[in-house]
Write a protein that binds this ligand. Sequence first.
Ligand code: PSU
Ligand code: MN
Length: 298
Amino acid sequence: MAVTDEVDAALAAGRPVVALESTIISHGMPYPDNVAMALEVEAIVREAGAVPATIAVLGGVPRIGLSPDDLELLASDANVAKVSVRDLPYVVARGAHGATTVAATMRLAALAGIDVFVTGGLGGVHRGAAESFDVSADLGELATTPVTVVSAGVKSILDIGLTLELLETNSVPVLVHGSDEFPSFYSRSSGFAAPARVDSAAEVAAAMTAARALGLTSGIVVANPIPVADEIPAAEIGAVIDRALADLEALGIGGKEVTPYLLSRIVELTDGASLVANVALVRDNARFGAAIAVAHAR
Ligand code: PSU
Ligand code: MN
């Protein structure tokens, strides 16, 4: 792995560091909004007193901390593969470029010694998984890798109930920030109760310390609901998601292409409104995640 001097120095001194993923850049948002988002999120983390470490594989080298030029490449180069954990060995062996998913970013963050990671949305159990077996490797990684992942919950392109069940089965703590309901990415509501509620970054940091002391080896899910002002009502986005899922089925798309297709189709169907909400929630997650890293470093 190649860790930047800035990240390396912060980790050595016990100062707060926040990992950021790159699939959201290369396969989660259109250009140039994606690179603008990536740069802005790094700035938000810095303003909050932590060091950002965006993670990707470039030329076969897992990189912890990226330059603005690296972010531009990830945002605009069509040859950047979507890389989950199982794809890491192949991309490294080939010397290729890869944008890391939540699962792969968690794995590399843990290897580098970073324990807080900010993203937009988690992968989970897809709707119809009883037939398709489509369950994101993000859930397997959360079960086994001790990194705290801050997201805005799980989109209803997934089966939220089954995703929460699998997290419970795998003993992954799920903490919802400032709400009694688990959020569904674009909306603060999902119809599912928060498994546990926290009201401050310090509370999350205390749970991280307790998890480590208790010998838990899993990750921790922190679900930070989208700010009220940026929310898209569940009913409105629900109809769009149903349409995107129908289009997915008609096109016969499967495997790792499913999530990128649905995300870009939802942007099209909402005329960009979903993208505005997506960027807004990532910003808010960056603020809260940085606050967790600062509290934990203390
Ligand atoms: N959900 C989003 N935006 C994203 C992703 C999920 O709202 O960019 C990305 C993340 O990188 C996540 C991955 O880890 O999709 C999950 O892909 P899959 O469902 O193929 O495991
Ligand atoms: Mn899948």
